[in-house]
Design a protein around this ligand. Structure first.
Ligand code: SF4
Ligand code: SF4
Ligand code: SF4
Length: 263
């Protein structure tokens, strides 16, 4: 009964919104295109896909990757899907990517829109575990484990268990005597395959894959991790640059002046 009234409420709100947009004259199209662009922004592409803009230019919509997928994971977008027509995508909650070691989808792409090189690190061979289709994120408020209920469904389903997802132990302060086993996703390992999303027991998955540009931040080049070799090199480069620029060098010298440093 409660669910029914919720559904009715949703329908009423949807109709009101459609009506409002329709009354705007020509707004109906606008409403649909906002909906479409939102979905397109969150689309997940097959392993080895180029960055979205380049992917859209390169994909010739031949469907060979879809044909090659043995799990029917991939679909070609159709009108109304809200995704560039004819391009391949997947929805992990329905069918995730099972990370085939022979990468048939990527391998079959004739246009380079899916590129084995994107699955290659340094001089090694292409490896499906290098794919970054997206990143799994956890909505803690709807994750049973964060409530203190034993679950672990996503953790156990993950093909990279104990690497892409680990469990953190925490005392359950509510009961004072139980442990919470909290799933944590590791962004440096997670492939974005979505097996966890499909396995989640919540009605709407509490762990779900988002495209990288929607799930990751960016600090900016001006922050340097002095404790990392690569970044240390950047400091040296900046100091060398400063040597060539007297004003900048004197500013650095001034900031490093003993008088400015507390005892
Ligand atoms: S890796 Fe395998 S399961 Fe995943 S999309 Fe490609 S063919 Fe399908
Ligand atoms: S095989 Fe490549 S070009 Fe063909 S639909 Fe798939 S991604 Fe696009
Ligand atoms: S998407 Fe989920 S199942 Fe796949 S590697 Fe990442 S954490 Fe594991």
């Amino acid at each position: 009964m409660k669910e029914e009234s919720m559904a009715t409420r949703r329908k009423v709100i949807q109709r009101m919104l459609e009506g409002a947009v329709f009354m705007g004259g020509g707004g109906l199209l606008w409403g649909k295109s906002v909906n479409a662009s939102t979905k397109a922004d969150y689309v997940l592409r097959p392993p080895g896909a180029l960055k979205e803009k380049q992917f859209l230019k390169a994909c010739i919509k031949c469907g060979q990757c879809v044909e090659a997928c043995p799990y029917d994971t991939l679909k070609l977008a159709e009108p109304g899907d809200g995704i560039a027509n004819g391009t391949p995508f997947f929805e992990p909650r329905t069918i995730p990517c099972y990370l085939c070691t022979d990468m048939p989808c990527t391998d079959s792409c004739p246009s380079g829109a899916l590129d084995l090189k994107a699955l290659t690190k340094e001089d090694e061979k292409a490896d499906i575990l290098n794919s970054r289709m997206g990143l799994a994120v956890i909505h803690k408020e709807s994750c049973l484990a964060y409530w203190g209920i034993r679950c672990e469904a996503c953790y156990r389903a993950c093909p990279l268990v104990d690497k892409a997802i680990t469990l953190d132990y925490e005392v359950n302060e509510r009961t004072g005597k139980h442990a919470k086993l909290l799933p944590i996703v590791h962004s440096d390992v997670c492939t974005g395959c979505g097996v966890c999303e499909q396995a989640c027991v919540a009605e709407k998955a509490a762990i779900f894959v988002l495209p990288l540009d929607k799930s990751t931040g960016e600090v900016g080049d001006h922050y340097i991790k002095s404790w990392e070799k690569k970044d240390e090199q950047r400091i040296n480069e900046d100091v060398e640059k400063a040597d060539d620029d007297k004003d900048v060098k004197s500013a650095i010298d001034y900031l490093n002046d003993d008088d400015l440093i507390d005892d």
